[in-house]
Design a protein around this ligand. Sequence first.
Ligand code: AMP
Length: 189
Amino acid sequence: MNFKLILLAPPGSGKGTQAALLQEKLEILHLSTGDALRSAVKQKTLAGIEAKKFMDAGDFVPDEIVLQIVKDTLSGKGVSGWILDGFPRNKAQAIVFDSIAKDLDQVDYQAIYLDVPEAVLLERIAGRYEQFKRNDDHPDVAPKRLETYHQQTAPLITFYRERNQLHMIDGNQSVGKVFSDIKKALGLE
Ligand code: AMP
């Protein structure tokens, strides 16, 4: 089955880890908009140069840039199943995405929300900063990212729940247990 999944979760929730595990299990496309943007920044593309300012400040990159990445990737030849990791991040993106999915005849997607307490998120982001030194994980920036998340992304939980597309998963468990809960929710075990 070609699963179509949106991973809707705050920074530090382990969504990248779970997306990689799901990708390996389901052998479908994994698009992390954060990774795609970091790669554009590295390559100094026009979009990357524009995106960097926002990313370093812990802000969202403009919707047009992100939507273009998603549209281009999902329109690729032979793409039928996918995991979107870090997209959509706000209601406007979710609404435009609906029409992209309709155009691609891929509307049967599900959203997975990883629920993790705020203090644990901050702790994990701080640990990741020590390891990778990503500007947006810096302790001065991380609280802002979480605030942006609460203001803009958290409303999508209700949005997808009301449309019966949401699986709520306890993300404050071991990586293996979270993965197992996700598989159960998707009817994979
Ligand atoms: P992530 O690796 O998913 O935490 O993303 C890193 C950064 O990339 C975020 O803090 C945003 O600045 C930017 N970004 C990633 N995905 C999106 C999105 N869907 N909309 C806007 N900005 C995004």
